[in-house]
Design a binder for this molecule. Structure first.
Ligand code: OAD
Length: 235
């Protein structure tokens, strides 16, 4: 029986690695250079806001110097050509999926190019620095923070993601270590709803054994060939 063909894709830092953005947990990755509790928790922000605002200002500036790679572009091709339903969920705070051509991207961990007002809670598109305490475009208070989900905070749009996982036929995880929940639990959620599960990653991840199939290699090669396969033969 042919179902409606629904795919949920989860991406992580590995899909942007070949564009030149450091992953978190590799040797020399971001979490070796900075302590999570200092730059990725509400407590760290309260303790030393300048350190945190400077860290995200630096990452936002670095983002402007990189470009999408063939993996981002292949997922955009899939979005345009796939006749079923596709939900692209990313843990990444970069905008390389959008610049690679994807129109619909769910950023569950927020975005570097967005600021969140700690006074009125409005999320505003943001390209400039935050360390100089600019006013919120809506309420004018100088209380903007990076619109990035920190440890201890709730990721965005979890209800929508779980609904899609419950009804999908295929769940694909790309370039993520499976170390951070809730995203690390998506594979089990999809499996228990009867979906096939596929992992595309450079090396076996913490969750590899949970997938029906794992393909190992760089995302810039694995993702385009998987996308061609889906567009030619279906899921
Ligand atoms: P990690 O740094 O934990 O994992 C990156 C994964 O990508 C690893 O499994 C690598 O083997 C793989 N990888 C590296 N280069 C690759 C390539 N060229 N092609 C394919 N795969 C490659 O990053 P995430 O899993 O995204 O959250 O981390 C999840 C979350 O932890 C992040 O969103 C961030 C971080 O703390 C928050 O800050 C809330």
């Amino acid at each position: 029986m042919n179902g409606p063909n629904r795919i949920v894709i989860l991406t992580g830092a590995g899909i942007s690695a070949e564009s030149g953005i450091d992953t978190f947990r590799s040797a020399g990755g971001l979490w070796e250079q900075h302590r999570i509790e200092d730059v990725a928790t509400p407590e760290g922000f309260a303790r030393d806001p300048d350190l945190v605002l400077g860290f995200y200002d630096m990452r936002r500036a670095a983002l402007a110097t990189v470009t999408p790679n063939p993996a981002h572009e292949a997922l955009a091709r899939l979005e345009r050509a796939f006749s079923g339903e596709l939900l692209l969920v990313t843990q990444n705070v970069d905008d390389l999926h959008e610049r690679g051509g994807s129109a619909q991207v769910l950023h569950m961990h927020g975005e570097l190019n967005s600021a969140l007002c700690t006074c009125c809670e409005t999320r505003s598109p943001w390209r400039a620095t935050l360390i100089d305490r600019p006013p919120c475009p809506v309420c004018r208070a100088p209380g903007l923070r990076p619109d990035v989900v920190w440890f201890g905070e709730m990721p965005y749009q979890m209800g929508r993601i779980y609904r899609a996982l419950e009804t999908c036929d295929l769940f694909v995880s790309i370039g993520t270590s499976g170390a951070v929940y809730p995203a690390a639990g998506f594979v089990q959620e999809a499996r228990s709803s009867g979906a096939r599960t596929l992992e595309l990653n450079l090396e076996p991840s913490e969750g590899s054994r949970l997938f029906h199939e794992t393909r190992l290699g760089p995302a810039s090669q694995l993702v385009p060939s998987w996308v061609e396969e889906v567009l030619q033969t279906g899921i």
